[in-house]
Write a protein that binds this ligand. Structure first.
Ligand SMILES: *[C@@H]1O[C@H](CO)[C@@H](O)[C@H](O)[C@H]1NC(C)=O
Ligand SMILES: *[C@@H]1O[C@H](CO)[C@@H](O)[C@H](O)[C@H]1NC(C)=O
Ligand SMILES: *[C@@H]1O[C@H](CO)[C@@H](O)[C@H](O)[C@H]1NC(C)=O
Ligand SMILES: *[C@@H]1O[C@H](CO)[C@@H](O)[C@H](O)[C@H]1NC(C)=O
Length: 349
């Protein structure tokens, strides 16, 4: 029988469990209200769920389960839900009933045995720079999972969707998924620069963060993923040599000219290539054609009335929203505006 101590300091913000020679820490995080379907996405699925006696009992079970890195407790029903990764919790019920904690570490005095996904080394003291880096360091199983990354030394720690597979690790820099709440992508320069949204649902990682990731390696590839027909149909477009310039140069984009696309090439087609274009938002518009307002989004718009042949940051279709403001991918898909998911992913190569 091992001794167990539970400490809550201050009330419910930090949760510590000591058992035998192991000590662990959990940190209180936020709960967001989301659509019910959003919980069905792979990285939002629980690894264990049951009623427990108390919040402390729920924490103890997470401590005992070698895969648990986050848990949510319902104060009313006492339901305890455990997850393999992630920072914050989402619910389609009253969020005030829910309490979310994430793991900081499980360690002995010598070595940590469990770190949050993305953290590594004996004291969980290092963080991967992006998901390709995470693949090389084997920080997670091969699948879609939430991970922490730190693209810049001593910079912000961010949470992203990583896909680890046999061929490497891919970082989602933007995710739109109709299973989760729509968030407005009609945002300011400052918001597009720092990022917005939530890793469990829809988000834009932020141009400054993307820039920092790209600084860490000499070649990156950009993948645009488009899913529709109830996730049945997936089209991918792979662009070699994705890069953006610094904020001083308005995050101008460069992309390989000859992508491999199941969908058509809506980004670098002759006469409509966004190569070398600065980023534009409604409050800092380099398009000279009011493109961020017309397309309802920030993007590397052309200095041309066409604006762009793709609008991946546009709005979901809705009565009264003109086609150009709605998310679309002109080449191959033309006037299609019904998508399930649109994501932008980057990987080292
Ligand atoms: C869930 O909890 C109930 C009651 O506390 C218990 O009987 C059952 O065995 C638990 N199920 C699992 C899978 O742990
Ligand atoms: C975009 O946001 C700005 C600022 O909130 C607002 O003035 C503008 O009307 C919005 N555009 C659309 C099309 O909603
Ligand atoms: C990407 O752009 C940055 C900023 O302009 C530059 O410093 C870097 O060398 C570029 N990377 C590659 C691989 O061209
Ligand atoms: C591109 O524009 C030039 C003239 O500006 C035109 O001659 C050419 O046909 C255009 N190419 C395509 C593919 O539209």
């Amino acid at each position: 029988m091992v001794a167990r101590f539970f400490l809550l300091i201050p009330i419910f913000q930090l949760f510590m469990i000591v058992s035998g020679s192991f000590h662990s820490k959990f940190l209180r995080t936020d709960v967001f209200e989301e659509l019910e379907m959003c919980k069905s996405i792979q990285y939002n699925l629980p690894i264990w769920k049951n009623t427990t006696l108390s919040l402390i009992d729920c924490g103890r079970r997470c401590f005992d389960d070698g895969d648990c890195r986050r848990f949510m407790f319902d104060k009313e029903t006492k339901q305890c839900t455990m997850y393999e990764s992630g920072k914050d919790c989402i619910t389609d019920e009253d969020k005030n009933r829910k309490i979310c904690f994430r793991l900081l570490s499980v360690c002995t005095d010598v070595k940590c045995t469990r770190c949050p996904i993305g953290y590594y080394d004996d004291q969980c003291q290092h963080i991967i720079q992006d998901c390709s880096d995470g693949y090389q360091k084997s920080v997670a199983p091969l699948k879609g999972i939430l991970s922490f990354i730190q693209p810049k030394v001593n910079g912000a720690v961010l949470e992203v969707v990583c896909t680890f597979k046999k061929t490497g690790g891919v970082t989602d820099i933007s995710r739109r998924d109709v299973r989760c709440k729509e968030i407005d992508f009609n945002k300011t320069w400052n918001e597009y620069s720092t990022g917005f949204g939530n890793a469990n649902g829809n988000y834009w990682l932020g141009l400054e963060n993307i820039f920092n990731i790209l600084q860490n390696h000499n070649r990156f590839k950009l993948t645009v993923g488009l899913m529709f027909n109830g996730f049945d149909k997936q089209l991918w477009c792979y662009y070699d040599d994705f890069n953006i310039s610094s904020a001083d140069y308005n995050y101008a984009i460069s992309l390989g000219k000859l992508p491999a696309c199941g969908s058509g090439n809506s980004l670098t087609k002759v006469n409509f290539s966004i190569n070398d274009r600065p980023f534009s938002t409604y409050d800092r518009d380099f398009s000279n054609n009011d493109c961020p307002v017309r397309f309802n989004s920030g993007w590397w718009y052309l200095d041309d009335p066409v604006c762009s042949r793709a609008n991946v940051n546009g709005r979901r279709p809705e009565v009264g929203v003109p086609f150009e403001a709605t998310w679309h991918w002109w080449d191959n898909l033309r006037t299609r505006t019904q998508f399930d998911t649109i994501c932008l992913r980057i990987r080292r190569f």
